[in-house]
Design a protein around this ligand. Sequence first.
Ligand code: SAH
Ligand code: SF4
Ligand code: F3S
Length: 446
Amino acid sequence: MSGNAPLKRLYIKTYGCQMNVYDSERMADVLAPLGYGVTDSPEGADLVVLNTCHIREKATEKVYSELGQIKLLKQDKQAAGGAMTVAVAGCVAQAEGEEILRRQPAVDLVVGPQSYHQLPELIARAHRARGERLAADFAPDEKFDALTAERRPSGVSAFLTVQEGCDKFCTFCVVPYTRGGEWSRPAEAIEAEARSLAEKGVREVTLLGQNVNAYAGDDGLAGLVRRLAKIEGLDRIRYTTSHPRDMDEALIAAHAEVPELMPYLHLPVQSGSDRILKAMNRAHTAESYLRLIEKIRSSRPDIAISGDFIVGFPGERDADFEATLELVREVDYAGAFSFKYSRRPGTPAAALPGQVDEAVKDARLASLNALLEAQQRAFNERQAGRVLPVLFEKLGRHSGQIIGRSPYLQAVHATAPDRLIGQIVPVRIESAARNSLSGVLDLETA
Ligand code: SAH
Ligand code: SF4
Ligand code: F3S
């Protein structure tokens, strides 16, 4: 990047979902005009921001242990006559702001996911008086209106938040409490941000929302995808995360009709047992989910389906878990994330009887993962011999190698000149591993 050297050093650590990745980037954008430049180590930083995740207990506990480390760095800096401001942002800040301030006095301020546009002001205030330290409320429109700072995308693929919050209230989940109700950004604002990204060299956007397919502006998410697909230079569109309930006909049709819309869909199911799905308040059954997948595949046969699973939800018996394995066998996933149920204070499931033993959860997680990993490997191996268009994004670890993504979101390694970064190039896939593909530039079709 060009311009004057930044006066102050900003370290941001991001936990959790892609929405937090987007938010962290925007935090750096709002702080840049104040002279903050991003650094990749917290040591000696003037401002440290932890952008946190509350989804599982482990995610939350990580934040407190990281804060313990940061406290020492802050003391070092103070001893050397300097000062470090420590901010906690994101979903833990929203859920337990007061507790953070109580548990870790080194924290100067706490800022929720809808308030980070106020960071400059909060920092100034913290500097002045160590006065009001809490800003946690819900009004996404205010935030986006205030985020006038230019985005500085760091690569050819960028996240773009289009929807926030969740009204689904799955009984295990904190998101409706940390991110508030469903809210959609106006299509015009999204289009403007997408255009400016494209002008800066971005070729792919991933539209983000906790329930992105509940996007309520324009003509729903399908309308938004069609609108963005017209933008010059924007060749690839993705979206995540979707709820089965909001997967409408128009969006399914868009997968068949809009070439820019990539053949990849993350559609969490959580469980294959109707009894458990009901207790989770998921509003779909195993059967309705399978029918939906069938419909999506008849629209776009090669689509890569991924999902999320929770094992050990309260009351889950062996037969329920078997039903999950059965559903996974029927769907045949290209990839997935599975988690042990984590009891979250304040959520309805935390109070349910029949909490499952850790050892049982461990065993179920291991056997589910074994099945999902085998499916992922098989999906990757099926690409061998095919020629896939790859959007190259960055240098590889070995010299002469660059890395990109296939339409199915697989990482693809190829030996090729780095001038191809930022371009979509046909690659003949030669081999597959569980997490990536390797190939060679396909000169015949190039
Ligand atoms: N809005 C998205 C993402 C939610 S969080 C969705 O509905 O899919 C991402 C994943 O974390 C969820 O899909 C779920 O599988 C998992 N998750 C959420 N709460 C959890 C909990 N209490 N314990 C374990 N996993 C959880
Ligand atoms: Fe959480 Fe369910 Fe909303 Fe997803 S749909 S964010 S799992 S409450
Ligand atoms: Fe975590 Fe908040 Fe995202 S709880 S998963 S960072 S919405």
